[in-house]
Design a protein around this ligand. Sequence first.
Ligand code: MLT
Length: 261
Amino acid sequence: MIRTVPCSDFTCSVYDIGEGPVWLLVHGFPLDHSMWRFQLEDQTATRRTLAPDLRGFGSSGKGDAEPITMERLADDLALLLDQLEVPEPITICGLSMGGYVALAFWRRHRERLTRLVLCDTRAASDDETTRKVREVAARRVLKEGTESLVDAMIPKLFGSRSREESPELVRQVSDSIRRADPRATAAALRGMAMRRDMTSELAQIDLPVTVVVGAEDAITPPSEMEAMAAALPHAEFHCIEGAGHMTPLEAPEAFAQAVGW
Ligand code: MLT
């Protein structure tokens, strides 16, 4: 069921299904909860899944954050858990930007977590070149809308098999990008550019972490994610064949096996 929850300066739309230990699924940029559609469809009676639309995305309101930092998004999620009176600790599972948010959540609210699942993401911050590219993209999105991101992002988001064999998934994600609010998209680009480098803090994450990456991920490549897993004290690493950057959407069965869904 979709719930609408007041959270500080915005209203958060969250898909809330099942009963049991909580999994909080955090979507990537500039998408919404529908990227977890196969996980939301594949429910057992043993887990409660919360899949929010982050502020400014999907059906959630934008609020007044500018830029939208990863810390702000993590604090939004902590408030969402309060508002829903969710029993803790929980598992947080984030993809790409959602992974940056999951790491920020660990830094600020670690007592609320029992486990992390980091998909197709990275611990490092942006280098100068990437920050500049993000600022150019932010200005373009504000001027021309999010359509300008579709052609740039789609070839990088999906592996070759998905692009050839799953046009409906490509269409779904393209439509999510088109629907994204340009102001929120630009604010999130600027927030990602400002994010903290978490590399040196990985060794302090004293929780089980599952690290999952698509073998064809062109944005956060397997070699980088494997190095991240090696820097974590309690990590399992899974590289999934036939998937690019959108592993839970491109290879839901292998993803389920890797994370114990
Ligand atoms: C995402 O999928 O969330 C983005 O590719 C993350 C990023 O641009 O760093």
